[in-house]
Structures are given as structure tokens and as C-alpha cells.
Design a protein around this ligand. Structure first.
Ligand SMILES: Nc1ncnc2c1ncn2[C@@H]1O[C@H](COP(=O)(O)OP(=O)(O)OP(=O)(O)O)[C@@H](O)[C@H]1O
Ligand SMILES: Nc1ccn([C@@H]2O[C@H](COP(=O)(O)O)[C@@H](O)[C@H]2O)c(=O)n1
Ligand SMILES: [Mg+2]
Length: 225
């Protein structure tokens, strides 16, 4: 993918447009990314989907070739516990997925999760997001949504969900603040209905890149359980 390589060189302007989408589990990242992709022509990459696919692909290989893959079981175990997969594994998967797509506009859903994710992405790809969309939602609402999601996800259980919320508060919010300090954060109230949240998001994506939304330091209060 030529444009990605040009972005890598760090000379001049980055051609590939990247938007990171951050939010605690259940804030509606996947739901809203599908709409953004459809309306604004972005390619949606869900990081947890990439990680799950990696697990399935390697497991299929194990079945066919009787190999043992410690990498795939490592990813599966980490995700089941609501912990973070090592940044280099995740970033290389994102990079591979971007290189395999004929697109120059990407929504990276579920990334970054901590400051190490941020630095690893910058070091490996030499690229930066145009802005970061942060879906801010009250914890009790996210918990309700996840417990009724019904998509067979191994991490949709109360124990893992609460670990994920704790991780978000302790490790993801510092990354949110990093982008806020760079004037790149676009925060929306994700506690409303799907349509109302998308209205706020549309206003952000419809703005020119010089028309900055004033940063805000207000976050939904979440309890660390
Ligand atoms: N604004 C909303 N109001 C009510 N339900 C919603 C809203 N947004 C999403 N949902 C529902 O909540 C559940 C979680 O949404 P979604 O999968 O988009 O969240 P997510 O942030 O991608 O979560 P995860 O990080 O776990 O992947 C889904 O069942 C979805 O249909
Ligand atoms: N940057 C990331 C993103 C996700 N994970 C792992 O996937 C789980 C589910 O992520 P969602 O975005 O779907 O909420 C998450 O709990 C992590 O285990 C990751 O490691 N790194
Ligand atoms: Mg999701």
C-alpha cells in the first residue's frame, strides 16, 4: 500500500488519514464505527476483531498441521482476562491490516488502550492519528449494554467487564489526556441513544480539520471496582 509507505517516511504530510476510536467496553465504538464508515468512507478496523481473527487463523493452522502456537493461546488468554495484548503484537496486526486494504482512511476501533500502545504505534508506523474520537459513557449504562450484547464474546461476563473498566480508568485515560494535550481529542457523550450519539459524531467528522472542537476536561465518573 503505497500511501502507507509514504506516511512511514515522515517527510512532509502524512497521506493516510487515521482516526483512533477510544471508549470503555460498551461505550458503542463498534456500533458507531459502522455508521461512520458507511457515511464518511472510512475503513473500519476493530482491533479486538483483528486479535480474535489472529487466534482463529493460528488455531486452524494448528489443527491442520499439528503445530502448537503459544502466540494464539497467549492472545486468547489475555483477552479472556480483560488484559492487554502486548503492543508490538497489536500494532503489527493493525499495520498488516492497513497494508492489505485499498484505502487511505482508517478508523482504528479500540486503540490505543494505554500510553505504550501510543508509543509503539508511533515508533512502528511513524504515523499519527488525525484526531481521536472518545466515546464517554457512564459505567452503569455500559455494563447494562455489555450484559445484554449476546454476541457470544468470551469477555462479556461481569468479572471480565469490571476488570476492563478498571484497566480503562487506570491505563487508557492517561492516553486520552495525552491526545487532549495535543489538541487532538474529540469527546462525545455516548450515554445517549445510538442516533443521538451519531448526530454528535457526524458534526465532528463534518468539520474541516482546522475547525477544532474545544478540548474538555470533563469525564464521566466511573467507579474503580
Ligand atoms: N447508544 C447506545 N444505546 C443503547 N445501546 C447501545 C448504544 N450503542 C451501542 N449499544 C449496544 O450496546 C452493546 C455494545 O456496543 P458496542 O459493541 O458497539 O460497544 P463497544 O464499545 O464496541 O464494546 P467493546 O469494546 O466491548 O467491543 C451492543 O449490543 C450495542 O448494540
Ligand atoms: N488495543 C487493544 C484493544 C483490545 N485489546 C484486547 O481486546 C479486548 C476487547 O477489546 P474491545 O476493544 O473490543 O473492548 C480487550 O479487553 C483486550 O484484551 C488489546 O489487548 N489491545
Ligand atoms: Mg467493539
Amino acid at each position: 500500500m503505497e500511501s502507507l509507505k509514504e506516511g512511514d517516511k515522515g517527510s512532509g504530510k502524512q497521506k493516510v488519514k487515521i482516526v483512533f476510536v477510544i471508549g470503555s467496553p460498551g461505550s458503542g465504538k463498534g456500533t458507531q464505527c459502522e455508521r461512520i464508515a458507511q457515511q464518511f468512507g472510512y475503513t473500519h478496523l476493530s482491533v479486538s476483531e483483528l486479535l480474535r481473527q489472529e487466534t482463529i487463523l493460528v488455531l486452524e493452522l494448528v489443527y491442520k498441521m499439528q503445530l502448537i502456537s503459544s502466540k494464539s493461546s497467549m492472545i486468547q488468554k489475555i483477552m479472556k482476562e480483560g488484559k492487554l495484548v502486548p503492543s508490538d503484537v497489536t500494532v503489527r496486526l493493525i499495520q498488516q491490516a492497513m497494508q492489505g486494504m485499498d484505502s487511505d482512511k482508517f478508523l482504528i476501533d479500540g486503540f490505543p488502550r494505554n500510553e505504550e500502545n501510543v508509543k509503539t504505534f508511533e515508533n512502528i508506523t511513524k504515523m499519527e492519528p488525525e484526531f481521536v474520537l472518545y466515546l464517554d459513557c457512564p459505567q452503569d449504562e455500559m455494563e447494562r449494554r455489555l450484559l445484554s450484547r449476546n454476541e457470544g464474546r468470551e469477555d462479556d461476563n461481569i468479572e471480565t467487564i469490571r476488570k476492563q473498566f478498571k484497566f480503562f480508568m487506570e491505563s487508557t485515560l492517561p492516553a486520552v489526556e495525552y491526545y487532549e494535550s495535543k489538541g487532538k481529542l474529540r469527546k462525545v457523550d455516548a450515554g445517549k441513544s445510538i442516533d443521538e450519539v451519531f448526530e454528535s459524531i457526524k458534526a465532528i467528522f463534518s468539520q474541516g480539520k482546522d475547525n477544532k472542537v474545544p478540548p474538555s476536561r470533563h469525564y464521566c465518573k466511573c467507579v474503580i471496582l
